[in-house]
Design a binder for this molecule. Structure first.
Ligand code: NI
Length: 218
């Protein structure tokens, strides 16, 4: 079944659905994260190209079935939603394919985005994980999972499998070394790389100050 509904309406219906779905999240994956990722993805798409409709839809839906947030159920909420709004099967598959490639699965686990659309949504999601907002979200996520801010005796680990990465309960500071500081060199597009440079530097400054204070250097 093909959809005759204008793309604009499909996007705004999806936006409303997602807004409600993520209204109460306190893990750093609230509606405003989705909103920023969508805006960044649109910004990148305007400079780098790609199918804007697919990019916007995938950005809006990218965390709906994410392993970090799912309660272990196997049904795809993304697929049900896209079916519900009557999107063509072909487009549903393309959007699912993009989302599938977005998530970070550990330092040593290759998650290569193949299509330009997937590269753009992945970059937009990763840009929201670094810089000032990245820092704020990381501590929100750690608090949500009951983790320590920092423990000097627990070393960061570069996880070689998704299973290992998923299981980690390490303090939040470790996450900077296990993921956030690695993202700058893993951006797909040139525009995202440039934005990442600045945000990366900000995190390095933050960490330097954090350890300075931790060690009571005043
Ligand atoms: Ni996300």
């Amino acid at each position: 079944m093909g959809s005759n509904i204008p793309q604009k309406e499909l996007i705004s219906a999806t936006e409303n659905f997602i807004k409600q779905h993520f209204a109460d999240d306190s893990s750093g994956h609230d509606w405003w994260h989705i909103h920023r990722v969508r805006n960044m993805a649109v910004h990148l798409a305007k400079k780098e190209g790609g199918d804007l409709f697919l990019i916007e839809m995938a950005a809006l839906l990218h965390d709906l079935d994410d392993w970090k947030l799912s309660d272990g159920e196997n049904t795809s909420k993304t697929k049900s939603w896209l079916n519900q709004i009557g999107l063509a099967k072909n487009d549903i598959e393309k959007i699912e394919e993009i989302i599938e490639q977005v998530s970070f699965k550990g330092a040593g686990v290759e998650t290569k985005a193949v299509s330009l659309e997937a590269q753009i949504v992945q970059d937009a999601d990763r840009l929201d994980a670094i810089g000032a907002i990245g820092i704020a979200r990381t501590f929100a996520y750690g608090g949500n999972k009951g983790r320590l801010l920092h423990h000097p005796d627990i070393e960061p680990q570069l996880h070689n499998s998704f299973e290992e990465y998923k299981k980690t309960t390490a303090p939040t500071i470790n996450h900077f070394y296990e993921k956030l500081l690695l993202l700058k060199d893993r951006m797909n597009t040139k525009v995202a790389q440039e934005i990442a440079e600045e945000r990366h530097r900000f995190m390095e400054d933050f960490l330097a100050q954090f350890f300075f204070e931790w060690d009571c250097k005043k």
